[in-house]
Ligand binder design. Structure first.
Ligand code: NI
Length: 210
């Protein structure tokens, strides 16, 4: 088979993209790896995922954490609520309104301790689902175009970021906390599994942030 030259390959890719809009072209590590619709598929499902996993569960699974100053499932849902209220869509708006000129407000990673106090897990799951629905409606209403996705903003610690990076991070932040939930819940049976602990990857999982 004849080797494709670089320009042939470029040509082939543009042809393919024109035939299959939104198709993920493997190996192109840039904006084309991000598709807003794909991210929205995750963002839409997370409230139902957490609801199915946690609603009505006994307190060992809801309130158990990994030790002093670590988060339980209850804390994680509270943290996701704070993100919906103060982080994701507010930062989208900062990028669209002010670009790099105005840095984002820092994310308060401890706000849920105050805000979740006195609430039930069920109330938090309901609040998360409602806020996520509202935020996704607001996101869709912006009708973002490809040229919007490369717009830039300023993260207070990370420096310049793009709108597509922010939106991709919103989805992967959900996955991070689904991962964390699995780990925190598994931790409650760290000893109960006895010698099988050695085979259970989730019990060896460490070294990443909450
Ligand atoms: Ni987080």
């Amino acid at each position: 088979m004849a080797q494709l030259g670089n320009s042939d390959l470029q040509h082939f890719r543009s042809w393919l993209a024109s035939k299959t809009p939104g198709m993920h072209l493997l190996g192109m590590a840039n904006l084309t790896d991000f598709h807003l619709a794909d991210s929205i598929e995750i963002l839409t499902r997370t409230p139902a995922t957490l609801d199915a996993l946690l609603r009505g569960m006994p307190s060992v699974w809801v309130r158990g954490n990994e030790g002093t100053d670590t988060w339980s499932a209850f804390d994680i849902v509270g943290h996701l609520i704070v993100g919906e209220r103060t982080d994701w869509m507010p930062r989208v708006r900062v990028i669209l309104d002010s670009g790099e000129a105005r840095p984002f407000d820092p994310f308060d990673r401890f706000a849920q301790e105050r805000e979740s106090q006195g609430k039930s897990l069920e109330q938090l799951l309901d609040a998360f689902a409602r806020l996520r629905t509202e935020n996704l409606a607001a996101l869709q209403a912006l009708n973002l175009q490809p040229e919007d996705l490369i717009r830039r903003g300023t993260h207070p610690a990370l420096g310049v970021v793009t709108l597509s990076e922010l939106l991709a991070t919103w989805a992967v932040h959900d996955l991070t906390h689904v991962h964390q939930l699995s780990r925190v819940m598994a931790h409650q049976y760290r000893e109960a599994v006895g010698p099988w602990k050695a085979y259970l990857g989730v019990l060896q999982c460490a070294g990443h942030s909450t």
